[in-house]
Design a protein around this ligand. Structure first.
Ligand SMILES: NC(=O)c1ccc[n+]([C@@H]2O[C@H](COP(=O)([O-])OP(=O)(O)OC[C@H]3O[C@@H](n4cnc5c(N)ncnc54)[C@H](O)[C@@H]3O)[C@@H](O)[C@H]2O)c1
Ligand SMILES: [Zn+2]
Length: 394
């Protein structure tokens, strides 16, 4: 009796479960997305079920509350296929919506009250922060409601909005809670960019410089040649920058071999280990793009000190960033803990923890050529920071 029981518990059988799910979604570049005659939004809503009347809830960044009327008119014009489940809802834009979790809960409560089902649509119109928070709402409600993003900042159109991630902050740690959830469609409308405050037009260009530095020397050269147009936000230069940057981000996700980031590498996060820390150290007074510009300058200088990047190239990168309107120093960089340690260095530990495995930092082996390292020398980081400080005359 006892012997039988023993042999049963010792028995192990492993059945491997395997499946692959193909993902695809359109990223549409358009102008005047809520003009009643523009079919882009209608077309993406109807792409799987052309003859259905789709139930839709729209969350709008409060900076764009003036568009709520246009959205309602668009829905009315296309009422054969669009049913607004309620009038568009304004939510706080910027990091506030990601830092106070009650906003996520209240959006979910709205979807609950409206009996939104998994084939209804949640549309988010706004900057990267609002898209991240509402993306999380859509991904977690009923374990996933169809989600359309309409990004309205440079950064959201050229980077975050065309990606597959969402998230909110917890206890000061950026994106601590979030998921990977490809959207149903993305609609990029250049007109939103033209009404954006200058500060945000500049901030979003950081991600274009970033992706050019790690992937595409020709794009970096193009940015350099067009820096006058970009620094004055000339329309067609901005359109080209956003489109090319979005394409490079999309390519990394579809062809980089790790769309849901299960490995330790984050090639698109060049300059981000310190940027994320700087954002929380400044309690988000620095925009994500502004912090990324500083982080890229720091890691460019570090790359030179590590013997990876030719001396002089870091200065070229810094000069371009400054010409575009970035400041490459912030006093928070030099903040030290009671134990005398530079607080920014905690960003390395937090980055490692977020990755899950070995620390993997992308540095530069040349302009257009990212390279991964698994160790950062803190003394070199310190030297790179002092170099930035001196350059800034701080
Ligand atoms: N999910 C991802 O893959 C990913 C990637 C990169 C960045 N992000 C996140 O994106 C966020 C930053 O996004 P962001 O740079 O778009 O800034 P943001 O969303 O904080 O917006 C900046 C400000 O602009 C306002 N705004 C938005 N659109 C406007 C418009 N057209 N006209 C006038 N004002 C407008 C917002 O209300 C806000 O006050 C950060 O939280 C960052 O972590 C996410
Ligand atoms: Zn970024």
């Amino acid at each position: 009796m006892a012997a039988d029981a023993r042999s049963k518990t010792a028995e192990t059988a492993t059945h491997w479960q395997r499946f692959a799910v193909p993902y695809e979604f359109p990223v549409v570049f358009t102008e005047g997305v809520f003009d009643p005659e523009n079919p882009a939004l209608r077309d993406v809503l109807c792409r799987l079920e052309p003859h259905k009347r789709h139930r839709v809830v729209v969350f709008v960044d409060d900076a764009l509350a003036s568009h709520i009327k246009n959205i309602a008119e668009y829905a009315q014009h296309h009422k054969d296929v669009i049913e607004l489940a309620c009038p568009p809802i304004a939510m706080p834009g910027g990091e506030k919506i990601k830092s106070e979790l009650h906003f996520v809960e209240s959006a979910q409560q709205t979807l609950f009250d409206l009996h939104i089902d998994r084939h209804s649509f949640v549309i988010a119109v706004g900057g990267g922060a609002l898209l991240d928070a509402i993306g999380l709402v859509a991904a977690t409600t009923h374990r996933g409601v169809r989600h359309i993003r309409i990004p309205t900042t440079v950064l959201a159109q050229n980077d975050s909005g065309v990606g597959v991630k969402n998230g909110v902050n917890l206890r000061g740690v950026k994106n601590f809670v979030g998921s990977f959830a490809p959207p149903f469609a993305v609609l990029n409308d250049l007109r939103f960019i033209m009404t954006l405050p200058e500060r945000d037009k500049v901030a979003g260009m950081a991600e274009a410089v970033k992706v050019s530095l790690i992937r595409d020397a020709a794009f970096f050269g193009w940015i350099e040649r067009h820096m006058d147009d970009l620094a004055t936000f000339e329309r067609s230069a901005m359109a080209t920058l956003i489109r090319r940057c979005a394409e490079l981000h999309m390519r990394q996700i579809s062809h980089g071999g790790d769309p849901f980031e299960t490995g330790s590498a984050r090639p698109l996060d060049y300059g981000h280990w310190s940027a994320h820390k700087l954002e929380s150290l400044t309690r988000h007074h620095l925009r994500h793009g502004e912090a990324v510009a500083i982080g890229m300058a720091l890691d460019a200088r570090y790359s030179v000190l590590a013997g990876l990047l030719a001396p002089g190239e870091e200065e070229r990168i810094c000069a371009l960033l400054e010409y575009l309107g970035f400041q490459l120093w912030h006093p928070a960089l030099a903040k030290s803990s009671p134990a005398g340690k530079w607080v920014i260095l905690e960003g390395l530990d937090e980055f490692r923890e977020h990755l899950g495995g070995a620390l993997t930092i992308t540095l530069l082996a040349g302009i257009g050529s990212g390279v991964e390292v698994h160790e950062m020398d803190t003394e070199r980081v310190r030297q790179a920071m002092l170099w930035l400080k001196e350059r800034a005359g701080a």
